[in-house]
Write a protein that binds this ligand. Structure first.
Ligand code: PMV
Length: 357
């Protein structure tokens, strides 16, 4: 139990309170894969915060006559009640209730929507948990004095308890999560902004190619679990921490060749862990590999610094600096969209994090 995050002596001065927050998705450059309870990472990770792939969440809090043992809530997502969302939310609320005991006194009416295509395979757990955590901390700040910094770390802390990578969606342009010797304020408990980023990275583009919109065959929850018995787990955790140490000066200097080498290696090592788990699994599709090969050919022929990364699925994130966006967008249109389901691609770029709306 992290005492510093427990909301103590909250005076419930509100019978009702409504708040709306939006939070973006994020894409990891150094990947988090493997954790221990309660949602603590086995290695440090760093990600670009995105701006267009966003979850918007409204929470209306109404004071109950009697406090309940569990958090009382209803959830409507994109206009429909979602009983299938309840187990994950129930687990989340059980995890955070000790940190926000005042929630037992309220009924929460949650209404949420994503700006990106529904079931596109774009991970929405990061954006949705960060948006919800922002609403919860907004209520807390009505009862307990919190500085801006306290609010940000609490939002990231609560979001982490919902979905690990969600803690990296709160601020931009980049966030690091996990204790690491090279980042002085880093911690396993919440994400912090990565400082001194070269301007080339502050408006970096991410075109998310929707290769396969189907249900993932293996959830990231199971994937993380399989790292417990994994023969290469310890080497992988050490490698990710080494990659982060190497990447930090590269991010400050704006060295794109060195950036590409680490980012692509990270993506392939993440998937190599999946392929060498027991049971093993493959989340890439043939079209994922076709896209990767086309990117490599294009980069070799043109010298344009475009690269790819992957998260836990078949979709490809195409990463490139804003000053080559026109050429890369033409290349995507001409050569990559043919490998996407329904030629779908979500154009995103680095952003600033959560926002009240
Ligand atoms: O936050 P989770 O439990 O969905 O795990 C996310 C894992 C990756 O997206 C594959 C990597 C990362 O660091 O975001």
């Amino acid at each position: 139990m992290e005492q510093r995050f427990v909301a103590k002596n909250a005076q419930l001065t509100k019978d009702s309170f409504t708040t709306r927050w939006q939070a973006p998705s994020n894409i990891a450059l150094v990947k988090y894969w493997g954790k221990t309870a309660p949602q603590l990472p086995k290695n440090a990770s760093v990600s670009f915060t995105l701006s267009n792939a966003v979850t918007k969440t409204e929470v209306a809090f109404t004071l109950l006559e009697e406090p309940s043992e569990k958090v009382t809530f209803s959830i409507v997502f994109e206009g429909e009640e979602k009983p299938s969302f309840r187990p994950k939310l129930e687990a989340f609320f059980a995890n955070i209730l000790p940190y926000q005991p005042f929630l037992a006194h309220y009924k929460l009416t949650i209404t949420s929507q994503n700006t990106f295509p529904h079931s596109s395979g774009i991970a929405s757990s990061a954006s949705s948990m960060a948006a919800l955590a922002a609403c919860l901390v907004d209520l807390e700040s009505q009862f307990v004095p919190l500085s801006e910094e306290d609010k940000m770390s609490k939002i990231s802390f609560l979001a982490r308890l919902g979905s690990g990578s969600a803690c990296r969606s709160t601020q931009g342009p980049m966030m690091a999560w996990g204790s690491h010797a090279a980042i002085s304020n880093s911690t396993d408990l919440f994400a912090v902004t990565a400082a001194n980023i070269h301007p080339v990275f502050t408006d970096f583009c991410d075109a998310i190619l929707l290769i396969d919109k189907g249900q993932k065959q293996v959830s990231s929850t199971l994937g993380h679990k399989l790292m417990h018995q994994h023969p290469y787990a310890e080497q992988r955790f050490a490698q990710a921490n080494d990659h982060l140490a190497e990447l930090l000066p590269i991010l400050q200097q704006g060295d794109l060749d060195a950036f590409i080498a680490i980012v692509e290696k990270e993506a392939l090592h993440l998937h190599a862990m999946m392929m060498t788990s027991d049971p093993y699994f493959i989340l890439m599709e043939p079209n994922t590999l076709s896209v990767i090969n086309r990117i490599w050919m294009f980069r070799k022929e043109t010298g344009i610094p475009v690269c790819f990364t992957l998260d836990a699925g078949a979709n490809v994130h195409v990463l490139y600096p804003n000053n080559v966006a026109e050429a890369v967008n033409q290349f995507i249109e001409a050569e990559l969209l043919q490998f996407c389901q329904y030629r779908q691609c979500v154009h995103d770029k680095v952003g600033t994090g959560i926002k009240k709306y």
